[in-house]
Design a protein around this ligand. Structure first.
Ligand code: URA
Length: 242
């Protein structure tokens, strides 16, 4: 891991903002190798230093796991010549670590996107064999009903003949010719949810992913905001994979 400023390191780990780190260090809340360090701009190698913050050791983690509330209009990619990507929403150090998005959300889809530099977990979560469930909330142009719920359960055939695995459609409200639904799928075909709803004559107006596996989107995260996963959340994601 590269040498980093202490304020940046603490902020990247989600422990506080850089400003808070500067103030906390001034107040003696940061130690490096057992000595109080009041200068948060000091650069350290976190792999080879003992850093504490507010009395707690700050350990170097082999991998990082982040939850992003992906906003609309951003690509689920690591880089793009013209368009903004989800990596552009994170501190630069994550790009240097090789962090990548786990799976994809369309440019026009918002919601939960996991990012990690743990290739094994990223692969496990996206492998078709694992059938990890993903939950989406959608507003559609068109009224959906029981026949559509049944069609989802049976396994929909898309307009191009693609057959989908059984999925769940929950109709939460219908208003002014629009339906407000939750869709649970366990595969990740291209534009899958949009194509499933279009196949039932109800094109998607808005789409947001609200859960992946047992992990819900943190309601405290506004679009564009992110945070590191807590250890219990990482353990939840790993359930059944180790
Ligand atoms: N299904 C879609 O159609 N789009 C997404 O971004 C995710 C699932």
């Amino acid at each position: 891991m590269p040498v980093q400023r202490i304020d940046r390191l603490l902020a990247n780990m989600g422990l506080c903002s850089r400003k808070q780190a500067v103030a906390a260090a001034k107040n003696g809340a940061v130690t490096v190798n057992g000595e109080i360090c009041r200068d948060a701009s000091r650069k350290i190698d976190p792999e080879h230093c003992r850093l504490t913050f507010r009395g707690e050791p700050v350990g170097y983690e082999e991998h990082v796991y982040l939850m992003l509330h992906k906003p609309l209009g951003v690509l689920s990619a690591t880089e793009d010549r013209e368009q903004k990507t989800v990596l552009d929403l994170l501190p630069e150090t994550y790009r240097a670590r090789g962090v990548f998005p786990v799976g994809r959300l369309d440019k026009d889809t918002s919601g939960l996107l996991l990012l990690t530099d743990d290739g094994a977990l990223g692969h496990a979560l996206t492998s078709p064999r694992r059938q990890v469930q993903k939950v989406y909330e959608a507003e559609t142009d068109g009224v959906l009903g029981q026949a559509d719920i049944d069609a989802f359960v049976s396994g929909l055939t898309l307009r191009d003949g693609t057959i989908c695995r059984p999925a769940k459609l929950e109709i939460r409200a219908v208003h002014d010719g629009h339906s407000y639904v939750a869709v649970t799928v366990c595969e990740g075909k291209y534009h899958q949810v949009r194509r499933m709803l279009a196949a039932r004559g109800a094109p998607v107006l808005t789409l947001r992913r609200v859960a992946e596996g047992s992990l819900p989107l943190d309601p405290a995260l506004q679009p564009g905001q992110w945070r590191p996963l807590r250890p219990d959340e990482i353990a939840l994601l790993r359930t059944g994979f180790d």
